[in-house]
Design a protein around this ligand. Structure first.
Ligand code: ATP
Length: 488
């Protein structure tokens, strides 16, 4: 069966083998929780991003897109609460003064247990750690370290401080100007794209003459020095978000919160994610800025996990930026007058939808991956690995395959390639037996293959082969382009 947890390692290897995802800086043994997208991965990621962008901006008259810089004024992160609140736990050894991230310390010990053949203890320890981290139970984490007698690698003692918070933001220095206070030059790599939208609220509202309710959408890189960075591209230190902040009248936020829950889950289904693999999960513990929040969860190969967050962020962010920048950030609502209510300036409330592009990629690819076996008519077994990526987001739509490298077949194939490549991604291949080429196209997820053979020269027909059911049929060469377009 495909899509089970034990296929997850195979999926990761498959992604590498077929040019979807590589470990970052692999020739230097990689960089933890950072990945590069290869030739097919980059295209699939772009297709997903484009679908999202279209659904937000093109399909909603009142949503516009921006592209804010990754670097932002450091005060942005003070105002947003990230400097004070965006953190994970760490611990110090009192004898050596060495500081550890709590998860690294525990994971190191778990790995040693595993190497000693104590696999069950290893898994139990990691499970307890994940549970305590999820609950922010710092006292419990310290007790876990002590009861497992986890020692500092330098002092070899178990003399630990209390567990404290570790900020997840990456810092870097900005410019070359020396300052007496090194903190003056510090900038952060943004941990979320949302703040680039908040600080541009007035710019966009005024220049775009936007009327509330309206949204601002953005896609882009975000960076988090994540503590538990496992599970492939599920949790990365550099990743991409697709966020939309929807600005509404105070008091209407719950209506819009409801609207966006429904709209977003419907969108996920529209790109081929089955309804039974998606569910809502209400947040029990609300972030400091939210009056309601939920996750859209997907059943990943390693369990139900967050794919997208929908948050009702109140007027927290705009109010904070007004306070820290000492600028008035308000909206003048003309429509209130028409409704018989007094004119009003107010700080809009915000409903946010925030989905990780890499997590969406993992969702799509883990659903698509299948290892299939069947019996042929002669009784022998056949098998294939196939990526059943929906045609509309598949990186390559059509493979054009001349049966032989001679007899004028490549020329006809090239002509078809030229006709189609302006409309969708095509792939041309003339090497290897046709069966082998089909298998390779299955493995990279190409939904349609067209074979040009000697009959094509006689009657201008080709064989089209469908990836999902491996069905083949004869159609007119002139129909190929429209047939593929109709399936997208
Ligand atoms: P989690 O609880 O899994 O850490 P989060 O609640 O911190 O996620 P948000 O801050 O709501 O995540 O970010 C919005 C979206 O960004 C998430 O739903 C997820 O898809 C994506 N995301 C967040 N952190 C990461 C990461 N480290 N790697 C990949 N995607 C991420």
């Amino acid at each position: 069966m495909a899509n089970e947890a034990n296929n997850f390692q195979e999926l990761i290897s498959h992604c590498k083998e077929y040019g979807y995802i590589f470990q970052s800086s692999e020739i230097y043994d990689g960089l933890s929780a950072v990945y590069d997208y290869g030739q097919l991965g980059a295209q699939l990621k772009k297709n997903l991003r484009d679908e999202w962008w279209k659904s937000m901006t093109q399909m909603h008259e009142n949503i516009v897109g921006i592209d804010a810089a990754i670097f932002m004024h450091p005060t942005v992160w003070k105002a947003s609460g990230h400097v004070d609140n965006f953190s994970d736990p760490m611990i110090d050894n009192k004898d050596s003064n060495k500081r550890y991230r709590v998860d690294h310390l525990i994971e190191g010990h778990a790995e040693e247990l595993g190497q000693d053949g104590k696999k069950e203890e290893e898994y139990a320890l990691l499970k307890s750690m994940d549970e305590l981290l999820a609950k922010d139970d710092f006292a419990g984490l310290k007790t876990l370290i002590e009861t497992n007698n986890i020692k500092c690698s330098v002092s070899k003692t178990c003399n630990w401080t209390d567990v404290r918070q570790f900020n997840l933001m990456f810092k870097t220095e900005f410019g070359a100007v020396a300052s007496d206070n090194p903190e003056d030059n510090i900038v952060y790599l943004r941990p979320e794209t949302a703040q680039g939208i908040f600080v541009n609220f007035l710019n966009v509202q005024k220049t775009g003459r936007m009327k509330i309710p309206f949204g601002i959408a953005q896609t882009g890189k975000a960076f988090r020095n994540e503590i538990v960075a496992r599970q492939f591209i599920f949790r990365m230190r550099e990743f991409e978000q697709m966020e939309m902040q929807f600005f509404v009248r105070p008091g209407t936020q719950m209506e819009w919160y409801q609207y966006w829950q429904n709209a977003r889950i419907a969108w996920h289904q529209s790109i081929g994610i089955p309804a039974e693999k998606l569910r809502f999960h209400d947040h029990v513990k609300l972030a400091h800025y939210a009056d309601a929040a939920l996750d859209i969860e997907f059943e990943f190969p390693f369990g139900w996990k967050e794919l997208e967050g929908i948050h009702s962020r109140t007027d927290f962010d705009l109010t904070q930026h007004a306070k820290f920048s000492k600028k008035k950030i308000q909206y003048f609502d003309n429509d209130l007058n028409e409704e018989g209510k007094p004119y009003g300036n107010y700080t809009p409330y915000v409903v946010e939808t925030s989905v990780g592009l890499d997590r969406l990629f993992l969702t799509v690819i883990s659903l698509a991956y299948a290892e299939e076996k069947w019996n042929k008519e002669d009784g022998t077994e056949d098998s294939r690995v196939v990526l059943r990526i929906p045609a509309k987001i598949a990186p390559t739509k059509l493979a054009i395959l001349p049966l032989l490298k001679k007899d004028g077949l490549p020329e006809i194939a090239r002509q078809l390639m030229n006709d189609c490549k302006g409309s969708f991604m095509c792939f041309y291949e003339e090497k290897d037996a046709i069966g082998k080429r089909y298998r390779r196209m299955d493995a990279i997820g190409t939904p349609f293959c067209v074979t040009i053979d000697h009959q094509t020269k006689e009657d201008n027909t080709v064989t089209i082969r469908y990836r999902d059911d491996m069905r083949q049929e004869r159609i007119a060469l002139s129909e190929v382009k429209n047939l593929v377009l109709s399936k997208l």
